[in-house]
Design a protein around this ligand. Structure first.
Ligand code: NAP
Length: 254
């Protein structure tokens, strides 16, 4: 058994649905105190009420530095500190390279990449005080390992998070704050559902386990990084994808 994380103060950006809500649920079920964020206040309040345990919501757009400062301040007010930050909020609009506009590129990088910086920077003073500070990024297999047409901007943002992670891990190592990332494959979420049935069936057939992942699958990987027992792991990634990155050809998928 791992040492309990009961009572730890956890911030999950983009925690109002999908993977972030799953991460929040796993931490809450393990008796952590959780603050979730998102832009849609009605959806956020509902998600906080739906989730089990001690879960709160603050509206925030992670692409805005002032909003991320407010997330950190709210966690301090509610919990008196922050032990774990899950920088999970992200978007994945598709556009081929020739159609990708500057506005869309800015949006994807602002939310997925700059949002990671702003979230971590805002929570850093509290994390350093924690004694077991943990930063856990939701990256992706797309970008760091694989590619998919239409996702040059998204892939660059997700690979960029790992560039951030490796240097941040070194900078923070002496303070005991670890920085790690979960790389999901294809996980059944509202956002993935928006890509349509063709996309999900195409992906399912490319996964050796022949099924999409669940938000709990990502939540438990994040929970592992948050444990005391994972305290000597930093700057690392864990792929949670049902084996999707493994096949050398479609015929290799049983
Ligand atoms: P989702 O179902 O669309 O949920 C996205 C969450 O992020 C929502 O809570 C959303 O709330 C929030 N969000 C979006 N833009 C935001 C912003 N600017 N500021 C604050 N919050 C924002 O997406 P998901 O599938 O769970 O994906 C979550 C993360 O996992 C993303 O980083 C994504 O890249 C990564 N990921 C997902 C998959 C997958 O298969 N699902 C695979 C690999 C990686 P609001 O809209 O109310 O702001």
């Amino acid at each position: 058994m791992f040492t309990s994380i009961a009572g730890r103060a956890v911030v999950v950006t983009g925690g109002t649905r999908g993977i972030g809500k799953g991460i929040a649920a796993v931490f809450a079920r393990n008796d952590a105190r959780v603050l979730i964020t998102g832009r849609d206040a009605a959806a956020g309040e509902k998600a906080a009420a739906d989730l089990p345990g001690d879960v709160h919501f603050v509206p925030a757009d992670v692409s805005r530095k002032a909003d991320c400062d407010r997330i950190a301040a709210t966690a301090l007010e509610l919990f008196g500190g922050t032990d774990v930050v899950c920088a999970n909020a992200g978007i994945f609009p598709g556009a081929g390279l020739e159609e990708l506009t500057e506005d869309m590129l800015d949006l994807v990088l602002d939310v997925n990449l700059k949002g990671t910086f702003f979230t971590v920077q805002a929570c850093l003073p509290a994390l350093k005080q924690s004694g077991h500070g943990r930063i856990i990024l939701t990256s992706s297999i797309t970008g760091p390992i694989t590619g998919f047409p239409g996702w040059t901007a998204y892939g660059a943002s997700k690979a960029g998070q790992l560039g951030f992670l490796r240097t941040a891990a070194i900078e923070l190592a002496s303070s005991g704050v670890t920085v790690n990332a979960v790389l999901p494959g294809n996980i059944a979420t509202e956002g993935l559902g928006d890509l349509g049935a063709n996309y999900t069936s195409q992906m399912t057939s490319a996964i050796p386990m022949q099924k999409l992942g669940t938000v709990d699958d990502i939540g438990y990987a994040a929970l592992f990084f948050a444990t005391d027992e994972a305290g000597y792991i930093t700057g690392q990634t864990i792929v949670v994808d049902g084996g999707q990155v493994l096949p050398e050809s479609p015929e290799a998928v049983g």
